[in-house]
Design a protein around this ligand. Structure first.
Ligand code: SF4
Ligand code: SF4
Length: 100
């Protein structure tokens, strides 16, 4: 399925910056023992992405890409997505297994 945002996991250094700046709860860190750094960023809810590009701008490792707004129809920011973003940040930027 076409997505507006994606992570190149092999480049991710698990700094959490992209999750910290995402207003829509689209991104979270996922623990992975196979990863050298123990975790990497994942797109957990592509449908809530508003295409702001903050994650791409803040990633020091060019590990995250956002589609061009002219070519992809992004969502609008909702109270639910803002609440999801806040909950993820409260969880140390890690994904929350329960449904948000
Ligand atoms: S483009 Fe904006 S809303 Fe979408 S994942 Fe990146 S920071 Fe979040
Ligand atoms: S900002 Fe880049 S390196 Fe840092 S967690 Fe996000 S994708 Fe990984």
């Amino acid at each position: 399925m076409e997505k507006g945002v994606w992570v190149i996991e092999s480049r991710c250094k698990a700094c959490t910056l992209c999750v910290e700046v995402c207003p829509s709860g689209s991104l979270a860190m996922r623990s992975d023992p196979k990863s050298t750094l123990g975790a990497f960023a994942v797109v957990i809810n592509a449908d809530s992405c508003i295409g702001c590009g903050e994650c791409e701008l803040s990633c020091p490792d060019f590990a995250i890409c956002v589609a061009d707004r002219k070519e992809f129809k992004f969502a609008k920011l909702t109270d639910a997505s803002k609440a999801a973003a806040a909950a993820i940040k409260q969880n140390g930027c890690y994904e929350i297994k329960e449904k948000l």
